[in-house]
Design a protein around this ligand. Sequence first.
Ligand SMILES: Nc1ncnc2c1ncn2[C@@H]1O[C@H](COP(=O)(O)OP(=O)(O)O)[C@@H](O)[C@H]1O
Ligand SMILES: [Mg+2]
Length: 511
Amino acid sequence: MHIGRVIGNRVLETTFRMNFGEELQVGEMLVAESGPTSDRYLIRVMDIEHGADSDELNWMSIEAGRMLRMDAEQHEYDLGKIYDNLHCIGTSSPLGCIGDEFRKTKTIPHHFSKVRRTNADDYEFLKDTLGDIQVGSLRSGDRVMNFPVGISGRSIPHHIGIFATTGMGKSNLMKNLALSCMRLRKYGFLILDPHGEYYDGGEVGKKGLKQAELDDALVVFSSRKLDGPYNSLHVASSEIQIADLENLYEFTQAQKEFMENAQFKFQDTWLTDINDKSVQEIHGALGGRFHEGSINVVKRRLETLFRFDLISRDPKLSITNHVIDCLHDGKVVLVDTSNMYEAEELLISTVLARAIFERHKLIYGDKAKFEKIPPVLIALEEAQRVLTEAKGSIFAQIAREGRKFKAGLCAVSQQPKLIDSEVISQFNTLFILGLADRRDREILRNSAKQDISQLDNEIQMLMPGEALIASPFTPFAIPVKVHLYENYLEKSVEDAPKRVFKKSMINNTFY
Ligand SMILES: Nc1ncnc2c1ncn2[C@@H]1O[C@H](COP(=O)(O)OP(=O)(O)O)[C@@H](O)[C@H]1O
Ligand SMILES: [Mg+2]
């Protein structure tokens, strides 16, 4: 049954009149059609206002005055007698036209077309574009539809951004992505977890990846003790570059030159040598060229990095090869750095990200081998920390060049405005959850690959777990209600993405 009739049309805006009392929400998707065989125009509600039928100008205002006077005299006003005069006007923007295929709207619905709510049939055309990594269900306003929504593995090397104000559901979304990847075993997913929330949920009542009980699909590295199997964290001194340290600390030119010389002199063990040797020894070994004060400052800066046995002299002890092998085996690799200082945590992240990127670059030369490796997604919380000063950061480099090498970033941030604008424009798939800050929304509007300029109202009104997915792989920004992870876990494997998305599985080999 229809709920309204079109009253005004421009190609980029359709207005319609609704029956009084009909519930309508911003963000809701509707269909305008002139008959059962006509093209269906899929439209999204942008705004709703009151209207009234009356010959009198300002009738509503005059009538409200009448009501107020009656209120003051404690007389009941009979609303029933004016219901027939009242209606609502919905303003909507077109998403596209559903005919034999889905196409952009270049025409307008007929005069007085009927406007109705959508049903699952109306979204059939989306099935092939919504990918296999399921995260939730299609949403129309806050109505959740029985229609699974995800992203395609194709989007991994094109980078993914997850942006929302704290508490709006970023971590929950990440867990859904991870669970779908664990069930699929088609993509490598590295999660760097500085808050310790992904292993077991981190809080009473929450669940983590461990509870998925997919032990074949999950490998955990951690610097703190965990209740279950995990590996400890080590990287080799030789894997750390001066540029990595510059991302963590400020160094003067003299201190930098000292490090360059120490690296040249001590080669692969330079970092451990700076830590182990005394200031005098280093001073002597470098021919007395560097001031003991500079050596001392660098030593002190690096001291924190040597807690937890994180950095080893022996490259064989480094976890990087193990991590990459697991990722190439289609597993989710969780690196829990929650008891580390920020500097150590960022160092681990940097070393792992670089190792993956360099390895993929190397394999790229061997086409047959390259085709066999799955795309790898590197997820990073508080990504604004490493995507600010783009120059020199491995993460910014992956954002710019990773696409060719099947290495994608998944940046999670509550402040996208702090991310370098050139870098953020490389993120092709954006999960936009509730964002309170106007400047955060603006930056996403400018970098999204779809026009989301008209969705500002909607983004402000999103509740926790409600998201829009803007990506070049779908015809418009897809509204989704992300599963609550704890519920998604309960869903039987029968409902898991590979069953739901049979068709896209076939099309979606590791291209
Ligand atoms: N998809 C969802 N469905 C229902 N509730 C959600 C959803 N996502 C998040 N929430 C609620 O919001 C809270 C905060 O989510 P969280 O993922 O930790 O947010 P963030 O990481 O953005 O701070 C969760 O504890 C949960 O109660
Ligand atoms: Mg979080």
